[in-house]
Design a protein around this ligand. Sequence first.
Ligand code: MN
Length: 501
Amino acid sequence: MMKIFDQQEIWFVTGSQHLYGPGVLKQVAENSQHIASALTSSKNISINIISKGVVTTPDEILAVCREANSSAKCIGLILWMHTFSPAKMWIAGLMALDKPFMHLHTQFNAELPWAEINMHFMNLNQSAHGDREFGYIGTRLRKERKVVVGHWATDSVQIQIDDWIRAAMGWHESQTLKIVRFGDNMRQVAVTEGDKVQAQIQFGYEVHAYGLGDLAAAVNEVSDADVNAQIDLYKQEYEIDESLFSDDHQLTRLKNDARLELAMLRFFKAGNFGAFTNCFENLTGLTNLPGLATQRLMSLGYGYGAEGDWKTSAMNRIVKVMSKGREGGTTFMEDYTYHFGATDQVLGAHMLELCPSISANKPRVEVQAHTIGCKEDIARLVFTGKPGPAINISCIDMGNRFRIIVNEVDVVNPPENLPYLPVAKSLWEPRPNLSVSGAAWIHAGGAHHSVHTQGVTTEQIADYAEMADVELVVIDASTNIREFKKELRHNAAYYALNQGI
Ligand code: MN
């Protein structure tokens, strides 16, 4: 059936053995097929779950794992031991497997038939110990995997399965993503730098730089008719004062950004890019730093990082893929300024470039003076972030490894209108509070840039980090600084040992 992720699939593989005879194996196969079909039909699941039948020998297990490795559509496997499946049979297959897998610890039957239960029932429904035998070998092989426990037909288990599927989609995107950099990083800035070769080894994504002349050439190819059609689109999607259209200067500025948007969109499509960066220091040949244009491209699903920040741009795109079809937007973000008050708050914004997917209401197009780095009047979308739980995600290069930092926050409504602030913004209260969160973030080396999202959970980012084999630290309601610093030191030792020489 048509799913949100209609180009990929998850394979459902059930383990058993020949001890029980063909009658039981036939039943196991039917039950396995039934669960895969039910998951695919569920509104909770965003991808087709393909039943790959029952495996009962080391050769069958190795074959399905190799087939998964070489399948372009398969982004991960759900493994379940309906009965006992002696786990030495899984060693070769699991060692060969290079796709993420979830161990679904479930049982076909929900409630026990107390009055009728006999040894046939017990032998058919024995994942309670079959899955433990399988779990041992996963741990013995040091395999990172998701373990979900509970009855497969419940919403709670299905949502956990889908959360993980989305993390696997993020990992799939990470390995196929191409990022275009227009110009280089902002001069002298440290945290936006990093090892692009190591990033490609670790995350899979490619980062490619282009000169501004290449983009300027694409801009010059955009026709006036296309620009005018784009202005009509803006009229439908955003609040725009009529006076803007009778002001030649403002209208020209709006058209500049329409032209930049269309040019970048064509550039991305021609080069198969899913994310981009630019920098206000590298604008030769362009009318201005793209404002509205960048905001619109983010809302179409492209990742963005300002000042050449390709790590944040990549994460932005990956999180947008993970949250596709779910409520809650995802944007490039910067901790901008603080409110120290009864509850300390962070006002997040950027010079221009927040994605309107986080907006509480219809964004408004304004042409305002850009005052930092380059002095131009630039069209931009102005809005306020929607209240509710969110997470901020930063990915940094530690020199010998990457680290992902997550802070759980609560977005709140600003107490007043901010009539003189001509950019999009969001106000939040970090957990557990700014005092602890700010110190922990700084100790962890988190960037001033982040990906701010209401569409994925901390656990999904943890699943993604495990798939990438990258360190994750979380700042949440239970964080205290002493323990957090200890965690950073322990992680340093763990990753040094885990990576070897
Ligand atoms: Mn910035």
